[in-house]
Design a protein around this ligand. Sequence first.
Ligand code: ZN
Length: 81
Amino acid sequence: MGLARTIRRQKQKAAKRQAKKEMTAVVHALASMPDTCSVCAAPFDKKDPVAMQDWQVEVSETEDTKIMCLDCQVMEVENEI
Ligand SMILES: [Zn+2]
């Protein structure tokens, strides 16, 4: 009984640690988010809720965060066809 309980606690601990790690990643991504589109350098307003919705944000653990404006997203889709 005692052992099962210990394992469960360890799992909870691990889950907590993972959540914290992800949280840190998100905060880091937001802080390091560029101010301009990674493709066409169009200015990105972080405080504009519409821009936040329309722009595509690509978060990578190894590379810098990339953001793409609506125009470039449309262009990318057209290029793929
Ligand atoms: Zn763009």
